[in-house]
Design a protein around this ligand. Structure first.
Ligand SMILES: Nc1ncnc2c1ncn2[C@@H]1O[C@H](COP(=O)(O)OS(=O)(=O)O)[C@@H](OP(=O)(O)O)[C@H]1O
Length: 402
């Protein structure tokens, strides 16, 4: 992280644009030296790890995993397969190879793909090298749906229609939606992908109803994905990820990112939980299937070894957190722009305050670990292409103005 320098972090978008005009990035020093990761340097290096496709599923903890991969890729001057516009591959369309930006000059292949998409395996394989490792992350379907609903209430049509109805009834939008979801859910509306079985949708499955191809589709996913991590066993997942990619604990230390403030989370009673489960029955099927696969992989790794490695990783991560973080759960208005996560109209996302008195190197490491998705994504994009991203706001916001 030597290329990171204190004082060169710009704290607002205007400065970022100014930096872009000067062909510098907010996270790189404004020196007259040539950039460290020139195309030539990229072509000459040999990466220690295999190429990775991380299917970034919505509201599962995927920004935390993406941040680990961003750090790894940046350190190794990996070439990222970025969307040619915005932060997502034309979501909610099914992924197509043409959604990926050009291979930068001097790179012979893409090494990492980890932006939001709706999966199409064949199309992803057109872009990534044959030896790419496929990984993803699933979360308890009830928690995932509650989080998806809370975060996207004002952007997913089925949800905001329920919200409008709820305002008239004086009830919560989620309970009105769950009472009769079919009323609000138009399956033909493309923006409703996340409204039912969101994880199945992201994995490219038929998320509307079970059909005969589901078992075969699941088997195909099991074969394609070397690791499906489970948010409820996050540290165990990271240990298995580390084993798969040859990573050390230093590479895997993390902060939970994109976390909603407590008052944005709805506690669900048993009745509501049952409704969420029944509306998202395919996600339950998907999740249960991959939890089983996960424990099979864990058994192959060795349960004792897994337990010991998890303890070590936890201890290491706690040390890093103590070193890096002076305050957790910081409300957005108290965060500088660089460290403020994207907010939605209905969810408050909290962040971190970095410790003072860190060495330059430690500051670079710590800030990267707490850098929200959009800021890190645009930083890496700029570093890779020497130009600013084509659009700052995610398409779903542009397409569904509040
Ligand atoms: N390590 C770890 N383990 C378990 N859960 C975690 C972790 N890191 C983040 N989170 C929770 O994941 C939610 C954010 O998910 P994403 O980053 O995938 O969201 S997004 O789709 O990119 O907006 C968000 O959930 P909610 O707070 O319930 O909304 C985070 O709190």
């Amino acid at each position: 992280f030597k290329e990171l320098e204190l004082g060169l972090f710009v704290s607002d978008r205007r400065n970022q644009r100014r930096a872009a005009e000067k062909h510098t990035s907010p996270l790189t020093p404004n020196t007259h030296q040539p950039p460290k990761h020139t195309p030539t340097a990229r072509a000459e290096r040999r990466r220690a790890h295999p190429p990775v496709v991380f299917l970034k599923t919505h509201r599962t903890g995927s920004s935390t995993v993406q941040n680990i991969l961003f750090r790894l890729g940046e350190r190794e001057s990996a070439t990222f397969a970025f969307p040619s516009r915005t932060f997502q591959f034309n979501y909610p369309d099914r992924f197509r190879a043409t959604f990926v930006d050009e291979l930068p000059e001097g790179s012979s292949q893409f090494d990492l793909l980890c932006s939001h998409m709706r999966l199409d395996l064949r199309e992803v394989r057109k872009v990534m090298p044959q030896n790419a490792v496929f990984i993803t992350l699933l979360r308890d379907p009830i928690k995932t749906f509650e989080s998806v609903f809370g975060y996207y209430t004002s952007t997913v049509p089925a949800f905001f229609t329920a919200r409008r109805a709820a305002a008239n009834e004086g009830k919560s939008a989620l309970s009105v939606f769950l009472d009769s979801p079919e009323i609000f859910w138009d399956p033909k509306e493309p923006g409703n992908g996340l409204a039912k079985n969101p994880m199945s949708f992201d994995m490219g499955l038929n998320n509307q109803k079970w059909n005969g191809s589901w078992p075969e589709d699941l088997a195909q996913l099991e074969e394609a994905f070397q690791l499906v991590m489970i948010a409820e066993h996050f540290d165990e997942s990271l240990v298995l990820l580390g084993a798969l990619l040859g990573l050390k604990h230093e590479d895997l230390a993390y902060l939970r990112l994109n976390v909603r403030a407590g008052n944005s989370v709805t506690e669900l009673d048993e009745n509501m939980q049952a409704k969420v489960r029944s509306w998202n029955v395919l996600d339950t099927l998907l999740y249960d299937f991959f939890v089983q696969v996960f424990w099979e992989k864990a058994a192959q790794f060795g349960m004792e070894r897994l337990k010991a490695d998890v303890e070590q990783l936890k201890a290491f991560t706690e040390d890093v957190q103590r070193k890096c973080v002076s305050r957790t759960e910081v409300p957005p208005k108290e965060l500088e722009d660089l460290l403020r996560p994207w907010q939605t109209e209905t969810a408050t996302i909290v962040g971190y305050e970095v410790q003072g008195n860190l060495s330059l190197q430690d500051q670079g490491f710590c800030i990267r670990m707490m850098l929200p998705e959009l800021q890190y994504h645009s930083h890496l994009y700029f570093k890779q292409y020497g130009r600013d991203m084509r659009a700052w706001f995610p398409t779903y916001v542009l397409e569904n103005p509040k």
